[in-house]
Write a protein that binds this ligand. Structure first.
Ligand code: ES4
Ligand code: ZN
Length: 336
């Protein structure tokens, strides 16, 4: 058995995948046409040309986000969101993903006057079909946009309440834009409100992606997160590693994303062996698979090319990623 086949067949869980980052260039142009959305003048004219752009390294997070937000504009109807989500499930089904926790950005849609029920209904419909027909379980995680105000986040919270109540949203996250300009502290009341209203929700936040360990510590301190998205600078602080290990706070690392938007030029700079050594749970994820030109399996393969781990190590990573998923013990037992 080749290592690539082994990694493909390994039952995988994904915890860091932005739905809007899974919009294929084919679907983008198709929806732009259907919905009469005018793309910027200097924008690529064909899916192939746009794929070409996506294949390169971005100068920084903002350059990537510019493409991400332009792409998002073509998503208008319930069916658009359904199709986007369903195509993601079909794709990850070919990579033996058993469970996925999907981020989405309500404020990115509300700000374009798309109603909450339009995207929720389309996404949920695809999630249900995926479970019934493909056996893939999923959870939806609503993210706040760092570069929008706390008040705007609270508007999203009010609109989201019925969906938390009906178990259609399972967690909250924090994404977009610069960590230094918009630190976690700004969103502490949003997290507190959600946790108070819905005690079972999962809490996570993007942190320690561009900033150091202090930013991760602040996410834990102010937002009470039980997971950190990226968190790639955690290895620099041994006390933090011990805390992450003790409290089973998982890092959702996205190798190709770190390579394409952060300053990583070699996957060994992620220091993953440190996390294994200190028993810090981490999972390997795609982040924005279309924009970074790699789904979860391609991310696993990149890591294997650099770390050359044995099967036992990969099984341990797969087991951790099941155990740290926001799923019932019953579902965990099915996957373990
Ligand atoms: C994102 Cl790579 C990344 N960082 C921050 N926010 C995001 N939203 C989608 N992808
Ligand atoms: Zn992300």
């Amino acid at each position: 058995i080749t290592m690539e086949n082994f990694l493909r067949e390994l039952p995988k869980c994904e915890h860091h995948c932005h739905l809007e980052g899974t919009l294929t260039t084919e679907l983008l142009f198709k929806l732009a046409k259907k919905n009469h959305i005018e793309l910027p003048d200097d924008y690529p004219k064909t899916p192939e040309e746009l794929n070409e752009k996506y294949r390169k390294v971005y100068t920084d997070l903002d350059e990537f986000l510019k493409y991400y937000y332009t792409g998002m504009e073509v998503l208008i109807t319930e069916t658009d969101f359904y199709q986007l989500t369903w195509e993601l499930f079909l794709k990850i089904n070919t990579q033996d993903v058993q469970h996925i926790e999907i981020f989405f950005d309500p404020q990115g849609h509300l700000s374009r006057n798309i109603e909450f029920d339009v995207f929720m209904s389309g996404m949920s419909r695809a999630c249900e079909k995926a479970f019934n027909e493909l056996g893939i379980s999923s959870k939806l995680i609503m993210c706040f946009l760092r570069d929008f105000s706390k008040e705007d986040a609270f508007r999203a919270i009010e609109l989201s309440r019925p969906y938390f109540q009906n178990d259609l949203i399972h967690g909250i996250g924090l994404d977009s834009s610069s960590e230094s300009e918009f630190p976690p502290y700004l969103f502490r009341e949003c997290y507190k409100e959600i946790k108070k209203s819905f005690p079972k929700v999962g809490l996570t936040a993007h942190g320690g992606e561009e900033l150091g360990p202090e930013s991760i510590i602040d996410c834990i301190r102010y937002l009470k997160v039980t997971r950190i998205d990226h968190g790639i600078n955690a290895y620099k602080n041994l006390d933090l590693l011990k805390k992450l290990s003790k409290d089973k706070i998982m890092l959702t690392i996205c190798p190709i994303s770190e390579f394409k938007v952060q300053d990583i030029t070699d996957y060994r700079q992620l220091h993953l062996e440190k996390y294994l050594q200190y028993n810090v749970p981490f999972s390997i994820n795609s982040d924005d698979p279309v924009y970074f030109d790699g789904y979860i399996l391609e991310n696993y393969v990149k890591i294997q090319e650099s770390y050359n781990w044995d099967m036992a190590t990969w099984c341990k990573i797969a087991r951790n990623s099941i155990n740290c998923s926001w799923i019932s013990d019953e579902r965990k037992n099915e996957l373990l």
